[in-house]
Write a protein that binds this ligand. Structure first.
Ligand code: ASP
Ligand code: MG
Length: 329
């Protein structure tokens, strides 16, 4: 394998030694509190926790250049979940407010090692709310993040060490930029991003570094994101979706939005995005049968841990890290 930092590869392959590092033990104690806090918060908001799927006939295609993993399921090709988005749209027909601690696999390109915030195996708290709007789940996300930070500061100051002083509960409401505004700010910072494309990782990191509080980027162009986000009626080509970005250079925290739930529109979006509808068997059958509109988001647990603990590297925010190109335990 070329172009990998050798010492990183070495230390991840010897995790059975490096995991004993005291600093890591503290991180995992904080992580335990983060997970407990989110669960308590969401239960209190009326959410039901469900068990996440791990494999299925199709999974989230919107994974920015990462590759899905396919396994042989009794002669049928099955995907390992890259995210459970399609399943969230299924379960809200039965339970209107759901979440799961969902394990995901995305075979990220090798260069993601340099972002220090990409794992190939990660977990997200993935939630969905029937009949909700973007504004409602944005509000929920803000309150959740503030609650988690307050809980961790109250219970884990010792484990956080110096970070306990610099980590503060953000002021609500968080700042919101549209994708278009974010591109303008980046242009003023001397970084050119083409309208219609994803904001590159370095540009997003620069924007994140320029902020001391978390902020939202809303309304990405349909060409940059997957078919399951609802397109705006007033501005075709613009989505009702959002990312939350952590401050201080920590980068992306959350992706989410309102969902396209209408069969005809969705097939049209798939075609426009170059997806083959015939690959989406049960999902399209489900939309034909009818599902409610909904909104939701996913927040990466390891990235949240990295931000809260103030860690340089995402691989220190998980006991058994999997980083692109490194076959570690
Ligand atoms: N499926 C999205 C992701 O994994 C999250 C969401 O839209 O709920 O990034
Ligand atoms: Mg995302």
């Amino acid at each position: 394998m070329k172009n990998l930092p050798l010492d990183l590869s070495e230390s991840l392959r010897k995790r059975y030694l490096t995991v004993r590092n005291n600093g890591l033990a503290n991180v995992f104690k904080v992580q335990d509190e983060i997970i407990s806090s989110i669960r308590a918060f969401l239960k209190n908001e009326g959410f039901t926790e469900i068990l996440a799927p791990i494999i299925g006939p199709v999974t989230d295609p919107g994974i920015r250049g990462a590759k899905q993993v396919t396994i042989d399921y009794y002669g049928v090709p099955f995907k390992v979940m890259s995210s459970m988005i399609l399943y969230k749209q299924m379960i809200i027909t039965a339970l209107p407010k759901v979440f799961a601690l969902s394990p995901n696999i995305r075979l990220e390109p090798l260069e993601t090692v340099k972002t220090r915030r990409h794992l190939t195996e990660f977990r997200q708290i993935d939630l969905e709310v029937a009949y909700a709007t973007c504004d409602e789940v944005i509000d929920l996300g803000e309150r959740m993040l503030c609650q988690v930070i307050a809980d961790v500061k109250a219970k884990c100051c010792k484990e956080l060490g110096e970070r306990c002083k610099t980590l503060t509960v953000p002021k609500r409401p968080f700042k919101r930029y549209t994708y278009k505004e974010a591109l303008e700010i980046l242009e003023n910072m001397g970084m050119k991003v083409n309208y219609g494309e994803e904001i590159p990782w370095e540009a997003e990191e620069a924007l994140s570094k320029a902020h001391m509080e978390p902020f939202w980027i809303t309304n990405y162009p349909a060409t940059a994101r997957s078919f399951y986000y609802m397109e705006s009626e007033e501005s075709p080509g613009v989505l009702k979706d959002f990312d939350l970005v952590y401050p201080e250079g920590f980068g992306e925290a959350i992706s989410g939005g309102e969902r396209e739930y209408r069969y005809e529109r969705l097939v049209e979006r798939m075609r426009r995005g170059g997806e083959d509808p015939s690959q989406y068997g049960w999902y399209l059958d489900m939309l034909k049968a009818g599902i409610p509109p909904s909104a939701g988001f996913g927040i990466g647990v390891e990235r949240l841990t990295r931000f809260i603990c103030g860690l340089e590297n995402i691989w220190d925010a998980v006991p058994f890290p999997k980083v692109a190109g490194i076959p570690s335990p």
